[in-house]
Write a new protein. Structure first.
Length: 512
C-alpha cells in the first residue's frame, strides 16, 4: 500500500486528482497495458468506404442542404509547442561555428539533410523577409547567413519562435502577408463549418499562450471576416491538471522530484476528451492545428470535409429513426433484424455469435446499447510512408470486434503476424474527424463513458538522471473514442499537410 504524506494529499487536491485515480495509475503500471490484437487492416471494401465523384457530389449537396439548421463546431487541438519543429535548427546552433567552417564543409561532414534543405529553401520560407529585414549581414558567406538567420529566428532576445505555439507561426506566404495556421483555420471554417454567416471554433491551447492567441485573433479575425462574410466565435480551453498522470520509478512507486513532491506529467492528447466533452454541437469537425493547406487547395479540402459530414448526417438520420423505434417498445422481429443489419452494414458494429438465439427483450437492449453512441466519421489517406495511426479491425479484451485507429506503439512488433498486418496496411489516419455527440432526443452523450482505458501507453523516460515510467492516456482519436460508432472514408492526400519539422513548410502544399 502506498503511504501518502500530507504534502502529497495537498498536491493531489491542487491538481484535482483523487487518491483513487493515483492508485489506479500505479495499478496500471503494475499490470502493464497489453498490446492490441489486430484482426485485419481496414481496407477499401472491408472497413473503409470509397466514393465516386458522383456520390461525393450528392453527399456534399446533402450536407449543404442541412447547413442552415445545424449548430457546427470546429475543434482544433492547438497546444503543440514549436520547439520540436525547430529541433534540427537548435542542434545546428549548438554544433556549427561559421568562423571555423564553411556551411558546405559542415554539410559534407555531418550529412545534415534538414539544414541542407533549410539553407537551399531559405528564401521560400514565409518568415524570410521578416528575419532578413532584422539582420545586418556584413558577410556574403552562406554559413554566416544561415547561422545568423537561425539565431535570429530562435533567439530568446530575437524572434524567439521556438517558444511560440505552432499555431501562431507564419506558415504560408501570400502576396501581401504571411498567414499563421490559426488564420488558415478561420478561413477553412468559413468554407465548411459556417452556418447562417457564423462559425464557431474552439482551440485547445497552453494557458501560457492564451494572450498570444487573443492578439492573433484581434489581428487576423476582422480581415478574414471581411473576406469571407463570416462572423467568428472563437474560444479556448486548456488541458486540465486533473488529467495529468503519475510517473513511477522502476519499482512502480511514485517518482519523487528533488523537493520530495510527486511527479505528474501531462497525459497526452487523450486528455482532450475532457475538453471535447464540454463542447456541444450537432456536428463537430476535429483537425490538428498544423494540418492546414494553402488557399489554392482550400476548396478540395472543404469538399472532402463536407463529404465526411454528409456521411455523418445521412447515417445519423437513420440511426435516430431506429433508436426512437427501439425506445417505443413497438418493434417486431423483422424490424429487429433490419436494425441489426443497419448497425452491421452502415456503422460497422459486430455482434457475438449467440445474438440470434437471445430473447427479443435481450436483443432490444443490445441494439439500444449499440445504436445510442456518439458517431465519428474518420478520413483515411493512402499510406505513403507518413507517420500516423492506422485503421484496423481489432478484438478487445472482452472478445468484441470493432474498427479502431491504432498507433504502432500499441502493436506487438515481436509477433510476426501482427507486424505483417501493420506493414501491409493500405491507409493511415491524418486526424480528420467529423463527430456527432448527441442522441436522437438532442441530449449530449457523456463522452467519458466511451473511453477504453486499456488503450493507453507506458513509456520509459528519465528525470534528474533517474529512470522512470510514464503513462499516456488513450489517444483522443484512439482509445478515447474506442466505443463510438465508427466509419472510415478514404480522403485525398491534399487534405493532409502536417508540419512536424520546419522544412515541411517547403513542400508544395505549403507554397501559395
Amino acid at each position: 500500500m502506498i503511504e501518502l504524506t500530507d504534502k502529497d494529499i495537498k498536491q493531489l487536491a491542487e491538481k484535482g486528482i483523487s487518491k483513487e485515480t493515483m492508485l489506479s495509475h500505479i495499478n496500471t503500471f503494475k499490470e502493464g497495458i497489453p498490446f492490441v490484437k489486430l484482426e485485419n487492416a481496414a481496407v477499401i471494401g472491408n472497413g473503409i468506404l470509397k466514393f465516386s465523384d458522383a456520390e461525393e457530389k450528392k453527399l456534399i449537396a446533402f450536407y449543404d442542404s442541412k447547413l442552415k439548421d445545424l449548430d457546427i463546431l470546429k475543434f482544433v487541438p492547438a497546444s503543440g509547442a514549436a520547439s520540436r519543429m525547430f529541433k534540427a535548427l537548435f542542434s545546428f546552433l549548438g554544433t556549427y561555428n561559421p568562423a571555423e567552417e564553411t556551411l558546405e564543409a559542415y554539410l559534407t561532414r555531418t550529412n545534415d539533410k534538414d539544414i541542407k534543405k533549410f539553407s537551399e529553401g531559405l528564401e521560400r520560407f514565409p518568415f524570410y523577409k521578416k528575419v532578413m529585414d532584422r539582420l545586418n549581414l556584413k558577410s556574403d558567406a552562406q554559413g554566416e547567413k544561415v547561422f545568423s538567420f537561425i539565431a535570429d529566428l530562435l533567439g530568446e532576445n530575437a524572434l524567439n519562435y521556438g517558444f511560440f505555439p505552432k499555431g501562431l507561426l507564419p506558415f504560408h506566404k501570400y502576396e501581401s502577408s504571411a498567414a499563421t495556421p490559426f488564420e488558415e483555420h478561420l478561413k477553412e471554417g468559413a468554407l465548411y463549418a459556417g452556418s447562417n454567416e457564423k462559425a464557431n471554433l474552439h482551440f485547445t491551447i497552453s494557458e501560457q499562450h492564451e494572450e498570444m492567441f487573443g492578439e492573433e485573433f484581434k489581428a487576423s479575425g476582422p480581415k478574414v471576416s471581411a473576406d469571407t462574410g463570416i462572423t467568428y466565435n472563437v474560444d479556448y480551453s486548456f488541458q486540465k491538471p486533473s488529467t495529468d498522470t503519475l510517473a513511477v520509478d522502476m519499482d512502480n512507486n511514485p517518482f519523487r522530484n528533488e523537493d520530495g513532491s510527486v511527479l505528474f506529467r501531462p497525459g497526452g492528447h487523450g486528455a482532450l476528451i475532457q475538453n471535447l466533452n464540454e463542447q456541444d454541437a450537432d456536428v463537430i469537425f476535429i483537425k490538428n492545428i498544423d494540418n492546414v493547406a494553402v488557399m489554392k487547395d482550400a476548396k478540395a479540402v472543404a469538399d472532402s470535409k463536407k463529404v465526411l459530414a454528409g456521411v455523418l448526417l445521412k447515417e445519423q438520420e437513420k440511426a435516430f429513426e431506429y433508436a426512437a423505434l427501439l425506445d417505443s417498445g413497438n418493434v417486431d422481429d423483422a424490424q429487429l433484424e433490419e436494425i441489426k443489419n443497419f448497425l452491421g452494414t452502415n456503422l460497422n458494429v459486430r455482434f457475438t455469435d449467440d445474438f440470434d438465439s437471445k430473447s427479443d427483450n435481450d436483443k432490444i437492449e443490445i441494439l439500444k446499447d449499440k445504436i445510442n453512441r456518439p458517431i465519428r466519421i474518420c478520413g483515411m489517406v493512402k499510406n505513403e510512408g507518413e507517420p500516423g495511426g492506422g485503421p484496423f479491425w481489432v478484438t478487445n479484451g472482452k472478445g468484441e470486434v470493432s474498427l479502431q485507429i491504432i498507433e504502432s506503439a500499441q502493436i506487438d512488433m515481436d509477433n510476426s503476424q501482427q507486424a505483417d498486418l501493420l506493414k501491409n496496411s493500405t491507409h493511415f489516419n491524418p486526424v480528420d474527424l467529423v463527430c456527432a455527440v448527441r442522441n436522437y432526443k438532442g441530449e449530449k452523450f457523456d463522452l467519458l463513458k466511451f473511453v477504453d482505458e486499456k488503450q493507453g501507453f507506458i513509456t520509459g523516460k528519465t528525470k534528474d538522471g533517474k529512470e522512470l515510467k510514464a503513462l499516456e492516456l488513450p489517444g483522443l482519436w484512439n482509445g478515447a473514442m474506442a466505443f463510438w460508432n465508427t466509419i472510415f472514408v478514404e480522403v485525398p492526400l491534399v487534405t493532409f499537410n502536417p508540419v512536424k519539422s520546419v522544412v515541411d513548410l517547403l513542400k508544395d502544399s505549403h507554397q501559395a
